[in-house]
Design a protein around this ligand. Structure first.
Ligand SMILES: [Ca+2]
Ligand SMILES: [Ca+2]
Length: 375
């Protein structure tokens, strides 16, 4: 690759040149400061007159030229400011698959989650976009490609796992061999943005068992920790992982050792993202949850201190309490039945009393009748 002679972030960091001495002097005058990661001239608004042809090129960007391509900044289209940068094939010039022209820059991606950008693909003067593709690369690896005419806003590549300086690059590259008369294939780029990583990486937590039976004997509750694409669960520092305040088990068993191994990595839910397996003491978890369910927070850090956190809902069943409630209900029912029985018994006694009374009354009446007849 060849450079333009414009200072890049790496060169400025390298400590050579008049421009660097000026920057250092300025920083010293301003006092110590943390330089946030940034793309220099991300909207291609600042240009200079470049070679080999008199053409406007973007400051701060290196480029690789190819005789069958052209590239320059222009104001024919933009999504931010008035300028964008174009990478285009030249009419009737031979290309082979893989030939390309580009712009690239070294950027500190520490703390960055994604790079966003806007792109337009167009065949000029008319026709379908073909034979070429637009590609956004990091360290020479295409993380985004497009080969159909159109406007593509807010496209993004995931760079969450990257730290330090990396080469970000925009290419127009040939996918077919040939010469293409009367048509140029344009890719135009604008408005590059660095999206910071979330301060706390959201984790997906799955617990096994998903239903916790209090008072039931057991040793462990298994926890599957899944991180978003771009984060590597191999990098989870197990010594920092907790469920509420309960630390993940660290012990002599192979799966309990702090270092990661194959037995701790699995795609439990089969979604293509690996989970890290940790275990927590079952009794400790049983002691902090209540029926019918509990939400627990699992959190920790990656090796580079990036925190992650996620919540899981677990059903909680207390069989003893259920049995006690059942017994109480049974007692209440028995009490109720006993009361009804007493009422019934009392009711029959009343009837007997009535019958006895009626009998007595009948006997008295017979005696009276007999007495009357004697008289
Ligand atoms: Ca712009
Ligand atoms: Ca998974």
């Amino acid at each position: 690759m060849t450079g333009t002679g414009v200072l890049t972030a790496v060169e400025r960091r390298g400590g050579t040149g008049t421009a660097l001495r000026g920057v250092v002097t300025l920083v010293l005058l301003m006092g110590p400061a943390v330089q946030a990661a940034e793309v220099l001239n991300p909207s291609f608004e600042t240009t200079y007159m470049g070679t080999p042809y008199p053409r406007t090129l973007p400051q701060n960007w290196y480029h690789v030229d190819h005789a069958s391509f052209n590239s320059h900044c222009n104001n024919s289209w933009s999504t931010d400011g008035i300028m964008s940068v174009a990478l285009l094939s030249r009419i009737n010039k031979a290309v082979n698959p893989g030939d390309y022209q580009n712009f690239y820059q070294y950027v500190d991606l520490t703390g960055i989650g994604a790079i966003k950008f806007d792109v337009r693909l167009q065949a000029l003067p008319s026709g379908a976009f073909e034979h070429f593709e637009a590609a956004f690369l990091v360290d020479g690896v295409a993380l985004w490609t497009q080969n159909t005419a159109g406007l593509y806003l807010d496209q993004q590549v995931n760079v969450s796992a990257m730290t330090g300086y990396h080469c970000i690059e925009m290419r127009n590259r040939a996918v077919d061999a040939g010469t293409f008369p009367q048509t140029a294939y344009w890719t135009q780029w604008d408005n590059l943005r660095l999206i910071e990583r979330p301060k706390v990486v959201p984790a997906t937590i799955t617990l096994d068992p998903g239903t916790l039976y209090l008072h039931c004997p057991g040793k462990w509750i298994v926890c599957y920790i899944e991180l978003p694409a771009g984060y590597d669960v191999n990098n989870i520092d197990e010594a920092t992982v907790t469920l509420q305040d309960i630390p993940a088990y660290q012990g002599k068993e192979g799966w309990g050792k702090p270092s990661c191994n194959k037995s701790k990595i699995v795609d439990h839910d089969g979604n293509g993202l690996e989970e890290r397996i940790v275990r927590f003491d079952l009794n400790a978890v049983q002691a902090i949850v209540q029926p019918p369910e509990a939400i627990v927070i699992v959190k920790g850090s990656l090796a580079d201190k990036t925190p992650f956190e996620g919540a899981a809902t677990i059903k909680v069943v207390d069989k003893l309490a259920e049995m006690k409630a059942g017994l109480d209900a049974l007692k209440a029912r028995l009490q109720d039945m006993r009361g009804k029985c007493n009422d019934e018994k009392h009711g029959r006694w009343d009837i007997k009393d009535v019958r006895d009374k009626a009998k007595d009354e009948g006997e008295h009446k017979d005696k009276d009748d007999k007495g009357a007849r004697k008289r």
